[in-house]
Design a protein around this ligand. Structure first.
Ligand code: FES
Length: 110
């Protein structure tokens, strides 16, 4: 089974199983990763915001216009920000690594 990694705000890496077809948000919830996802994937919030590691960002399919609009509202937006509910796991994404956005400042890295 493919795996993916969440990097928590404090830098802790969580390697978890990532079943194909599940979204990053669903995978986070299965593994008690602290990603909110208030609208359960219906593109009506931005609380599932994750920061994709740059080497993975280009591998993902492009964000839809609706996703871009929501991302504009996300706190701590970065160049590689995506909505976790819109990233669907595939074979190619085995090893995908995303960071949980910092709750405040500390966005200077990368
Ligand atoms: Fe609301 Fe992703 S869970 S946009």
């Amino acid at each position: 089974m493919p795996k993916m990694t969440f990097i928590e705000q404090d830098g802790t890496r969580r390697d978890v199983e990532a079943p194909i077809g599940l979204s990053v948000l669903e995978i986070a919830h299965r593994n008690d990763v602290d990603l909110e996802g208030a609208c359960e994937g219906s593109l009506a919030c931005s609380t599932c915001h994750v920061v994709v590691e740059p080497e993975w960002y280009d591998v993902l399919t492009d964000a839809s216009e609706d996703e871009e609009d929501m991302l504009d509202l996300a706190f701590g937006l970065t160049k590689t920000s995506r909505l976790g509910c819109q990233i669907i796991m595939t074979e190619e994404l085995d090893g995908l690594t995303v960071r949980l956005p910092a709750g405040s400042r500390n966005m200077m890295g990368g």
